[in-house]
Design a protein around this ligand. Structure first.
Ligand code: FAD
Ligand code: NAD
Length: 491
């Protein structure tokens, strides 16, 4: 079956396809692309913008907001250049560059890409009505029934969680969408939550001149990372002028003429934080509340539990797959796209080509998302950046590994000294003592994001330390920290 020829400029009149993908975020787009590579006809259904959260409200606009501050800080750390930096960021220019990344929240170029890839687009909100069938409701209320001959891939993403705090929902707070698409920079912003969104947005708005208060329930920022990462980011946010309040609960929220009032409680004392805007950054949940899961025997609101071929567990017939945030596995674009490549390749092989070799594909084949379990990379674009892959020391111990942990002061590496005066940071590897391989690595420091992929390769490749010894880092780069870490490990 060849890909549809009846669709033009994102519109299609067909209602039956070999494969239907629900959600055209970065993850759904990738699944659709790969699924069509053996000639299956593929449609994606999208309720909002083709490109999803990452393109318009998450990764790209937030990184565009963060980059100018990082550049300014880098220049300020190098005498000769530093003297030339006499001002602060220009918020209007920062927002204008952000807008260029979101194409003014217009998805035409992504629709063109779908067209070019031969993927049909159905605009509207999809709900499963039974095995391989979906109803799609458009904005004008009309309903079209779509049928998949072989497979449905759900890629509906995630939605923010608003905790049940007295008055919070009624206060109409910002979520990450409102923060990343901000048009008028507020004078003051209170942020609830010390995870990835909380610290990135605290950094971005502090850069833009907003007075930021970060209210965090836990005793550390970035609790999923190594403790030294959260400590370094808290210190640096305070240096940026952010009021970081750890071990602090928000007990109620009220809106008054002078802004939003957060009543907080910490160690028995109660205080009130007043801010022009409140951003709730307390996590996200899979978007499965209203996609018709009940029609196929699943529970609305639950994550879609998948196996490593991305097949949804608990559904008969082997036709329902899920990828991206909706699975509850990992909530990053790159890992979701990896899952999408796996799901797309599995679907393309099983239904469009030869399934031979795919059905009994082993771990680490391109048909199994093996890396999701213990080799997931992530960069938090705070300042300092936090780049990590695999297991933290604690997570490795919890998983039963006998580990050795080696750390090195990044600032002591020649390449770091050249990069910036006063460069501070930490690199750490967690080594499985039995196998002599790295199971986790964390880098904290200015612009360490690009150090991460070497660590990801070492973790995924299970490269023994005595072989890694022969991977010689160039001089004088920050990557020379790899040599120092291996020396610390006794080589
Ligand atoms: C502020 C912020 C910053 C982030 N920064 C990064 C980063 O720097 N790097 C990184 O890797 N990750 C980042 N993430 C995470 C990343 O955005 C997500 O992991 C990624 O967007 C998930 O992609 P997805 O395709 O699964 O979901 P989404 O991008 O949410 O796409 C899902 C799509 O499905 C559509 N949809 C939902 N339900 C239906 C339905 N019933 N019918 C039709 N369409 C439907 C939605 O409209 C949406 O377009 C960030 C997240 C946030 C909130
Ligand atoms: N650079 C990146 O890769 C990037 C950037 C932003 C977001 N993301 C992804 O988006 C997802 C959502 O990010 P996030 O920061 O919202 O979630 P998160 O899980 O990283 O952090 C949530 C924070 O909210 C706190 N919290 C949870 N419930 C609370 C409550 N009831 N009261 C007070 N605090 C509460 C948690 O303790 C934590 O500090 C993450 O999974 C992340 O991976 C990725």
């Amino acid at each position: 079956m060849s890909a549809s020829t009846e669709h033009q400029h994102g519109q299609t009149t067909e209602t039956t396809f070999d494969v239907i993908v629900v959600g055209a975020g970065a993850v759904g787009e990738n699944a659709a692309d790969r699924a069509g590579r053996t000639g299956l006809s593929v449609a994606v259904v999208e309720a909002e913008l083709v490109g999803g959260e990452c393109s318009y409200w998450a990764c790209m606009p937030s990184k565009a907001l963060l980059r100018p501050g990082a550049v300014l800080e880098a220049a300020r750390a190098v005498p000769g250049a530093a003297e030339m930096i006499t001002g602060t960021l220009d918020p209007a220019k920062v927002l204008a560059r952000r807008d260029s990344f979101t194409s003014g929240w217009d998805d035409s170029s992504q629709v063109e890409w779908l067209d070019g890839a031969g993927i049909a687009l159905v605009r509207g909100r999809a709900r499963l009505t039974g095995p391989k069938t979906l109803d799609v409701t458009t904005e004008d209320g009309s309903v079209t029934t779509l049928t998949a001959r072989h497979a449905v891939i759900l890629a509906t993403g995630s939605v923010p969680v608003v905790p049940p705090v007295d008055g919070l929902a009624e206060s109409n707070p910002w979520g990450s969408r409102e923060a990343s698409s901000v048009k008028d920079v507020p004078a003051s912003l209170a942020i609830m939550g010390g995870g990835v969104v909380g610290v990135e947005m605290a950094t971005a708005f502090a850069d833009l001149g907003t007075k930021v208060t970060l209210v965090v329930r836990g005793e550390r920022l970035l609790a999923a990372n190594e403790p030294f990462a959260g400590d370094a980011v808290a210190d640096s946010l305070r240096d940026l002028g952010v009021d970081v309040r750890l071990s602090t609960d928000v007990t109620s929220v009220e809106v008054h003429d002078d802004g939003t009032h957060l009543v907080t409680s910490s160690g028995g004392s109660t205080e009130t934080v007043v801010a022009e805007k409140l951003l709730v950054a307390t996590g996200r949940k899979p978007a499965t509340a209203d996609i018709g899961l009940e029609a196929v025997g699943l529970t609305a609101g639950d994550p879609l539990t998948v196996d490593d071929a991305m097949l949804v567990e608990g559904v008969e017939g082997g036709w329902l797959f899920a990828v991206g945030d909706v699975t509850g596995r990992v909530a990053t674009t790159h890992q979701g796209k990896y899952d999408a490549r796996v799901a797309g390749d599995v679907v393309a092989a099983r239904f469009g080509g030869s399934a031979e070799g795919e059905l009994d594909a082993p771990d680490w084949s391109r048909f199994r998302a093996t890396a999701d379990h213990q080799a997931v990379p992530q960069v938090v674009f705070s300042r300092p950046e936090v780049a990590s892959v695999g297991l933290t020391e604690q997570a490795a111990k919890d998983a039963g590994y006998l580990v050795d942990v080696f750390s090195y002061d990044l600032g002591s590496v020649a390449g770091a000294a050249v990069t910036a005066d006063g460069f501070t940071g930490t690199a750490q590897i967690v080594v499985d003592r039995d196998r002599g391989v790295i199971v986790g690595a964390t880098f904290v420091g200015p612009e360490v994001a690009e150090l991460l992929h070497a660590a990801t390769i070492a973790v995924v490749g299970e490269v023994p330390l005595d072989r890694l010894w022969h991977a010689v880092p160039s001089y004088p780069t920050v990557s020379e920290v790899w040599l120092r870490l291996l020396e610390a490990a006794g080589l």
